[in-house]
Design a protein around this ligand. Structure first.
Ligand code: FE2
Length: 190
């Protein structure tokens, strides 16, 4: 279920500080949506600047497609933190996730579309479309997390993603890619 987004200015927090805050949020237990809400609060308080996380060449992006750079995998596999870099026009497939996820936009604007799957599983309907400017932090937990993210801006976009999963073991947090027709689309930026 989606969780109300919060906004935060960048701070000088390090990945170590962020990992400690996420560890405490995850360790408190409870439902996946409750954990995601606490992790969102932790991320909003510890949102690093892009240059604290990645090198210049990494922050330039890759013309081949958006890039995912893992920056922390918790030793017990309970969560992972990754930074994604998007050049203008780059877009994910429509997908959902194996676990709760919390995102924070560090640079640029990310555009997100959220979909529902039809009862017969053959079509998608777009439910929500939104722009997430720098400082936007949002969390969600499956089900209801079918979405697509793209960079419609003129510059490189950078965002931070915390997943309740072991990216070192799984390689990706994506549960399924939905290569299906979209029955109804909203209007707005995309
Ligand atoms: Fe996603």
């Amino acid at each position: 279920m989606p969780i109300t987004a919060a906004r935060s200015a960048h701070s000088a927090a390090s990945t170590t500080d962020l990992a400690a805050a996420v560890r405490a949020a995850v360790g408190a237990g409870g439902s996946a949506s409750g954990v995601a809400a606490r992790v969102a609060t932790a991320l909003a308080r510890h949102l690093p600047a892009p240059a604290q996380l990645l090198t210049g060449p990494q922050l330039a992006g890759d013309p081949a497609g958006y890039q995912t750079h893992p920056v922390h995998v918790e030793p017990d596999g309970s969560f992972s933190i990754a930074v994604m870099v998007w050049r203008p026009g780059q877009v994910t497939p429509i997908h959902d996730h194996v676990s709760w996820c919390v995102t924070g936009v560090l640079q640029g604007v990310e555009y997100e579309e959220i979909f529902s799957l039809g009862l017969d599983g053959s079509t998608l309907t777009e439910l929500v479309r939104r722009e997430n400017p720098p400082g936007t932090v949002a969390g969600f937990a499956p089900p209801g997390d079918i979405h697509r993210v793209r960079n419609c801006g003129d510059g490189v976009a950078v965002s931070m993603h915390v997943y309740g999963a072991d990216l070192a073991r799984l390689g990706s947090s994506i549960r399924r890619v939905y290569d299906l027709p979209v029955q109804r689309q909203l209007t707005g930026p995309r």
